[in-house]
Ligand binder design. Sequence first.
Ligand code: NAD
Length: 259
Amino acid sequence: PKTLKGQKALVTGANSGIGMAVAAALGEAGADVAANYVDGDEAAAKVVEAIRAHGVQAIAYKADVSSEEQVATMFRDVIERFGTLDILINNAGLQRDSAFHAMTLAQWNTVLNVNLTGQFLCARAAVAEFLRRGVVPEVSCAAGKIICMSSVHQEIPWAGHANYATSKGGIKLLMESLAQEMAPHRIRVNAIAPGAIRTPINTAAWNTPEAYKRLMTLVPYGRIGEPEDVARAAVWLASDLSDYVVGTTVFVDGGMTLY
Ligand code: NAD
């Protein structure tokens, strides 16, 4: 069903993994989609092609989400092109793993800047447009929707990944504070916490039979998650089907956090 017909979406980190699947799923649900990425022009062009196959508009937009200036220009350009914005998927993220005693300030800063500050910058820009525009009843019950890609590591510590886990813990309270502040404006902010999803970010955890077996000891549902599993949750959170859902984290983790 075209639950997002006519809506305008921006997905960060949309030329790989989860972001790519989310961008395609939003297009399939009828939204026009701006697919942000930081490098990989060819992959971005393919994503745009896949989205357009659903008969909607799609653009690729290269910008570093940790740059205040690039984020401001991106939102200005995308809003000019689409006329407005209804949905932000704050998805861009990376890892720079290290044993804690050896972690460099650069590794720490890169992860915090992209994963956490990037979400702040994009959410701030989206909210400005949502507040300016308000609710358009023919389009959606909400004045705008933001979905923050968090991780099960917003709850579970992760040895060897302190910078990453810290960024995701930060996203949780960023999302909840923003959700509380924006709810009176009918702007809905929620998060998704994926567990182990088959994407390039975590290849080492699943690409050999031994690694996969080890990973499965952590996942009651007994299979790795696919980017499409996360994409379906994103479409639901972006649509009016979740209209009364505010400030919630949806765990898409095959039960990983039940232990
Ligand atoms: P991925 O490496 O496949 O994709 C990451 C995307 O982010 C890429 O498109 C990359 O270009 C983009 N990106 C990185 N730095 C950027 C920047 N500065 N500006 C703009 N874009 C940038 O990884 P993924 O697994 O698809 O991860 C997507 C999100 O999901 C991340 O926030 C990640 O933390 C989260 N997540 C993933 C998993 C998993 O198991 N794959 C689990 C939990 C959370």
